[in-house]
Design a protein around this ligand. Structure first.
Ligand SMILES: Nc1ncnc2c1ncn2[C@@H]1O[C@H](COP(=O)(O)OP(=O)(O)OP(=O)(O)O)[C@@H](O)[C@H]1O
Length: 448
């Protein structure tokens, strides 16, 4: 049985109670509301997996509620209940994005059947795309439209803006949604390994290849392959990638068989790819092949109406995963979130909500519980303490700032790739990526 809460929106008290009873007896957790306005309030405070709503209600009717839900929670399924014989209302609700409809009066068994179907097809909470700001809503809309084509989409935007969230959304909305979604982070894997992981290899292709293995392209057959941080790929590998994209076929390393591919390609990048092309770090032909349809996600500070819905969504997600009650955000806390500039975007907001949850009193998150990393004091301890901290195996704040300075110095050389920076610092590219993300979350501008 699904754990998702079903929200019943119906102004007729007797019918509302009957619907709630029917679903509760079938094992669902149920919440209820008397009209669209109060339903939106419930949605703000509760994680809901499905809305079952009447059409005719006052003051906010089912159509308006549906429109608000589609703009604010685009992936939340809605089952509309229409008056018997009013097929036009049902058709217009379906056009507006309702998942299904029930014509009144209906048997309890039909309600249970439809609810079950809608919940089965519903997005898990992790897959939801929050889009309240007009700019984000337009992007979701665009992403939904481009999803239906076979076009290669390159999603750009600062770190933590939700590029992977959008890539997954495009996959779910595409004609290959039933196929696999395979993602590979091109920045986190050393070049020779990345090649083997992308294209696969035959037994004996290189030392240590004891068995043959399919690559990510093959794993993504009939589905979507996301090339995350594609700009970090080396030039020689870019050439090989281009060939696979042009030919729509792949050969495993050390293999002779040509494997035809039917894979939708998506890519993301934190960098301005045009600038990378101009600087000679990214192949122009690959740029054009990947950017058939470019989508750019603006930073969170440029879509302020997303901040609070995202904060609430993230809070709910954290509370659900930790199975704890969800505290309210006080009005002053909301204002503090709205006033911040979010250099680390949604990922930074996620961190702030996690910390807020730890620091709050359980029922309410106040402004004091919301601390941004850039506001946290860095103690100026004498160097003796650095050594002591290091010998205890913990990284003191001073050591951390020395480390940060080394990373920033290394990154400030324009001609050095991230891969070379990682090598020079003696850390893996994955570790470097993690440390850069932490610095970004703390509001530090990253060179390059
Ligand atoms: N619109 C959104 N709705 C819901 N969650 C979001 C949204 N945007 C971002 N997130 C959340 O923010 C976090 C960062 O998102 P994501 O990994 O997609 O960002 P990114 O741009 O791909 O980051 P990076 O460039 O560092 O890889 C994730 O936890 C994701 O679930």
């Amino acid at each position: 049985m699904s754990h998702a809460t079903v929200l019943i929106v119906e102004d007729d008290k007797t019918l509302r109670e009957a619907l709630c009873d029917t679903l509760e007896l079938s094992g669902y957790t149920v919440a209820s509301a008397v009209d669209g306005k109060s339903a939106l309030k419930v949605l703000e405070n509760k994680s809901v997996g499905l809305v079952v709503s009447d059409v005719q209600m006052q003051p906010m009717d089912g159509h308006e509620l549906l429109a608000r839900i589609k703009s604010r929670y685009p992936t939340l399924p809605v089952l509309m209940m229409t008056a018997f014989g009013n097929i036009e209302k049902a058709v217009s609700a379906m056009r507006q994005g309702a998942t299904d409809y029930l014509a009144k009066p209906f048997e309890p068994s039909l309600l249970i059947e439809k609810v079950k179907q809608c919940i089965q097809h519903a997005e898990p909470v992790d897959d939801q795309v929050i889009a309240d700001d007009l700019r984000t809503r337009e992007l979701v809309n665009l992403a939904g439209r481009v999803a239906k084509s076979q076009a290669t989409v390159c999603i750009g935007g600062e770190s933590g803006t939700g590029k992977e969230v959008f890539a997954r959304y495009i996959h779910r909305q595409s004609n290959c949604a039933d196929g696999p979604f395979v993602a590979i982070n091109c920045a986190a894997i050393p070049d020779n390994m990345l090649e083997a992981m992308l294209f696969g290899y035959e037994k004996g292709a290189y030392t240590g290849a004891y068995n043959s293995a399919p690559g990510k392209f093959e794993q993504a057959q009939e589905g979507t392959l996301l090339l995350d941080e594609v700009s970090e790929m080396s030039l020689p590998l870019q050439a090989k990638l281009l060939r696979v994209l042009q030919e729509k076929e792949v050969e495993r390393l050390g293999g002779r068989k040509v494997i035809p591919l039917n894979v939708r390609i998506l890519a993301t990048t934190n960098r301005n790819l045009r600038e990378e092309v101009a600087a000679g770090r990214f192949r122009e032909d690959l740029f054009y092949r990947l950017s058939v349809f470019p989508l750019h996600l603006p930073p969170l500070r440029e879509r302020p109406r997303d901040i609070l819905p995202l904060a609430q969504f993230l809070l709910r997600r954290i509370c659900q995963s930790q199975q704890i009650a969800e505290p309210q955000l006080s009005q002053a806390a909301e204002q503090k979130l709205l006033d911040h500039k979010w250099p680390g975007n949604v990922r930074e907001l996620d961190n702030v909500m996690q910390r807020g949850l730890i620091l709050c009193d359980g029922s309410e998150i106040s402004p004091d519980s919301l601390c941004f990393e850039m506001d946290m004091p860095v103690p100026q301890a004498p160097s003796k303490e650095i050594a002591e901290g290091a010998s205890k195996g913990c990284l003191s704040e001073d050591l951390r700032s020395v480390e940060e300075k080394m990373i920033l110095d290394a990154l400030s050389n324009d001609r050095t790739s991230r891969k070379e920076v990682a090598e020079r610092l003696g850390i893996s590219q994955r570790t470097l990526r993690y440390k850069i993300a932490r610095l970004r979350d703390a509001g530090v501008a990253i060179p390059g």
